[in-house]
Design a protein around this ligand. Structure first.
Ligand code: MN
Length: 343
């Protein structure tokens, strides 16, 4: 067993109560990873609760144990209590407490250095203040890291069941774009094989995640595609979903999931952005995707106060929508040659 795996396992054995945090706008990977780990910890006789800053999107609500997730927006005092009592706080699929949203992050900051934090994540630049971390940006998903951890500690053989396998499979499948993104490895497929052997219903999971579009969601995608802006001389594209459009199609969390990937599936395009002006939100959300060596983590950090992975990242803008689009176009021009080299 690797040293860090053993250290974390020892902390788990000593602990009684744990909180596992996922990031804002939770996705299949953070939820699958956190819920799978919590499920095994519960079987080990520990109190472990998953906390999400905001609601679980509809396309993931079928996942096992989602009914047990504490949503910070709706259960502030319960979350506060759980954090107060916790001997261990896990950050799952994010690299700093900041990724849990302003208010929850502020609460967490009070415990940094006082309580034991454990980070399990595959994003770049993990928060150096967290001593115990399994951080591997070469992994395609956090769920694969959780699977490896459970395997290495023997917890997998003792406690994993069909639901655990389903949760981890969902995490791996969503973050690898169904086993096609660059970091999908032999290890990823070995994990998937073991998960299916354990009972993960792979076809069912696929249908639940990808083939359950509402009519409105499909129309929203159609709108985004129809109005896609292409800058062929820089190998770039972007799409904008403004508030009026989202309202027109009765936007619900999760409805924009996956849309950004269409922007990068054009031939000759190596960089794309989806700009989303979410209702009930002051800041504008940006999602970035790239091909090859154009690093959107750096791009997101430099221009839009964000970050993530080399080929997939996110950012925010507090400027107006028009100014945000203008800023993006300018940033694309500044990086024109670097992008084009990968197109
Ligand atoms: Mn992830």
């Amino acid at each position: 067993m690797e040293k860090i795996t053993r250290e974390i396992y020892e902390q788990i054995q000593k602990a009684h109560q744990m909180v596992l945090l996922v990031h804002t706008h939770p996705d299949g990977d953070c939820l699958g990873s956190a819920l799978a780990l919590a499920r095994v910890l519960n079987k080990l006789g520990k109190k472990a609760v998953v906390v999400s800053p905001d609601a679980i999107p509809e396309y993931l609500q079928w996942m096992p144990d989602t009914d047990k997730v504490l949503i910070y927006e709706n259960s502030r005092s319960e979350v506060d209590q759980a954090l107060q009592k916790a001997d261990l706080i896990f950050l799952i699929d994010h690299n700093t407490p900041k990724r849990t949203g302003e208010q929850l992050a502020e609460k967490l900051e009070k415990y940094v250095g006082k309580k034991t934090f454990i980070l399990i994540d595959h994003h770049l630049q993990p928060d150096p203040r967290i001593d115990l971390q399994i951080s591997d940006p070469d992994k395609a998903s956090t769920a694969e890291l959780v699977f490896d951890f459970l395997q290495a500690t023997g917890l997998w053989d003792r406690y994993a069941d069909r639901e655990t396998a389903t949760l981890i499979y969902t995490g791996i499948m969503t973050d690898t774009g169904s086993f096609r993104f660059g970091k999908t490895s032999a290890g990823t497929h070995h994990a998937a094989a073991e998960l299916i052997a354990k009972g993960a219903p792979n076809e069912y999971i696929h249908v639940q995640v990808y083939d359950t579009y509402s009519y409105d969601k499909m129309q929203l995608l159609a709108h985004a595609l129809r109005h896609m802006k292409v800058i062929p001389e820089c190998g770039a594209s972007y799409m904008v979903l403004d508030r009026q459009t989202l309202e027109k199609y009765h936007y619900r969390p999760g409805d924009t999931e996956g849309i950004v990937n269409y922007g990068i599936s054009l031939k000759g395009i190596a960089f794309t952005t989806l700009i989303t002006q979410l209702p009930d939100n002051d800041s504008i959300k940006l999602s970035f995707r790239s091909k090859g060596n154009f690093d959107v983590n750096t791009f997101a950090r430099k221009y839009f106060n964000g970050g993530g992975h080399k080929n997939a990242a996110g950012g925010r803008s507090s400027a107006s929508l028009a100014d945000t689009v203008e800023k993006l176009e300018k940033a694309i021009r500044e990086n024109c040659n670097k992008i084009l080299a990968n197109a």
